[in-house]
Design a protein around this ligand. Structure first.
Ligand SMILES: CC(=O)SCCNC(=O)CCNC(=O)[C@H](O)C(C)(C)COP(=O)(O)OP(=O)(O)OC[C@H]1O[C@@H](n2cnc3c(N)ncnc32)[C@H](O)[C@@H]1OP(=O)(O)O
Ligand SMILES: O=C([O-])CC(=O)C(=O)O
Length: 391
């Protein structure tokens, strides 16, 4: 490798492998899960159906779907040990740390954590999908001094998630908006957290280790953590009439405007129109034109100045806020959904595995030596002989 070797910092533009899970097409600004446009899936399918599609490669038959739904519903309770560990974490722990720890505990409890059998991996994943809503709901209720609510196996995934968090059956408009967000967040090719899961899997480590690592990658504000950061930005700005002075100051201080920009999409994120439509239904339901005004004003001003467009985190942040989730819960909700995509990629990585290990070009100090050290041939020989005798 010479000094002229091309380095793609951040792996920008590098095609690392093939995938049959999803296709992000920037030319047509579209996203396909296993060939189906994500907008179509959001309109026509539940999150449970999308999970099965991502994992199996095709839409599940009614029998397959019914079995998967029944199994998910039967695993929604958190066991005593898991609850005990979560309860012992400090109250100030970030909810992402709690979720990451919860998955780690589930891995420790699973005697067959390692498996390369797709059926077994899907089963482990389904149990995670079933339990993460209880973890998220527990965190939010604990923060508010409220007791945990038992899951309801007569409710679908989205309705039960909201039931356990808020103790009320959600109005259909809220349930649908939440379900749509889960579908939109479920999968996005080789994003940083999915690639992390694939790197861990490529060493033949176990399923839970890959998910724990992926959660760590998702937490960062340049990735999944941006949905929380969007809401903090909204809180900071306060109202639409403060957008211009706020943005003047933020840009003068070279701040990143969270919820805008994307590594792959440069002319807008394929998922934003669908999530914005869901947000609009929530704004109408909760009668919050102030949020719509702030959203539109920041988008118009920032896009106008920089030509950088909103990503999915921009509409989903205020949507989760309107539903009543604490801001710190937004990225854990993203986890609950993205487990679907991570799992599909873990299966795919195992099916065609090659250890992921790129090269680097060294640019540290030239070779140098510690003062007083003389590496003459005789002393090296003596050291080698001593080692041989000891060994
Ligand atoms: C679900 C998801 O994970 S979507 C991503 C969520 N993340 C965010 O919303 C965080 C805010 N956005 C960003 O930080 C970036 O747009 C990223 C990390 C998402 C993509 O970054 P990259 O592909 O590396 O683009 P990059 O950072 O090189 O951007 C190019 C230029 O646009 C600027 N830029 C990009 N996004 C933003 C932004 N949100 N605010 C201000 N400037 C931005 C960069 O500073 C850079 O400017 P420069 O050329 O003067 O240095
Ligand atoms: O693809 C990316 O880099 C980030 C993203 O939008 C996602 O993971 O949903």
């Amino acid at each position: 490798m010479s000094d002229s070797t091309e380095i793609r910092k951040g792996l920008v533009g590098v095609v690392a492998d093939t995938t049959a899970v999803s296709k992000v097409n920037v030319e047509t600004n579209s996203l396909l899960y296993r060939g189906y446009p994500v907008q179509e899936l959001a309109a026509m399918c539940s999150f449970e159906e999308v999970v099965n599609l991502l994992w199996r490669g095709d839409l599940a038959t009614p029998d397959e779907l019914a079995r998967s739904i029944a199994r998910e519903r039967s695993h929604r309770e958190l066991g005593d040990r898991l609850m005990g560990v979560i309860e012992r974490l400090p109250d100030e722990s970030h909810p992402m740390d709690v979720v990451r720890t919860a998955v780690s505990v589930m891995g420790g409890e699973d005697p067959t954590a390692w498996s390369d059998d797709p059926e077994e991996i899907r089963d482990k994943a389904l149990i995670l999908i079933a339990k993460i809503p209880a973890v998220v709901a527990y965190i939010q209720r604990h923060r508010r001094g409220l007791p945990m609510i038992a899951p309801r196996d007569d409710l679908g995934y989205a309705a039960n998630f909201l039931w356990m968090t808020f103790g009320e059956e959600p109005p259909e408009v809220v349930r649908k908006a939440f379900d749509v967000s889960m579908t939109l967040y479920a999968e996005h090719s080789f994003n940083a957290s999915t690639f992390t899961a694939r790197v861990v899997t490529s060493t033949l480590s176990d399923y839970y280790s890959a998910i724990v690592a992926a959660i760590g990658a998702l937490k960062g504000p340049l990735h999944g953590g941006a949905n929380e950061a969007v809401m903090r930005t909204f809180d900071e700005i306060g109202s639409a009439d403060n957008v211009v002075p706020w943005l003047d100051d933020a840009l003068a201080h070279k701040r990143k405007i969270m919820g805008f920009g994307h590594r792959v999409y440069k002319r807008g994120d394929s998922r934003v129109p669908t999530m914005k439509a869901a947000l609009d239904t929530l704004i109408a339901h909760y009668d919050r034109p102030d949020i719509a005004a702030l959203y539109d004003a920041l988008e118009a001003e920032f896009v106008g100045r920089k030509g950088i467009y909103p990503n999915l985190d921009y509409p989903s942040g205020p949507a989760y806020h309107l539903m009543g989730f604490d801001t710190e819960l937004f990225t854990p909700i993203f986890v609950a959904s993205r487990i679907a995509g991570w799992t599909a990629h873990i299966q795919e990585q195992l099916a065609h595995n090659a250890l992921i290990r790129p090269l680097s070009l060294y640019d540290g100090p030239a070779e140098r030596h510690i003062d007083g050290y003389t590496a003459d041939a005789a002393s090296l020989e003596a050291a080698t002989r001593q080692e041989e005798m000891a060994g």
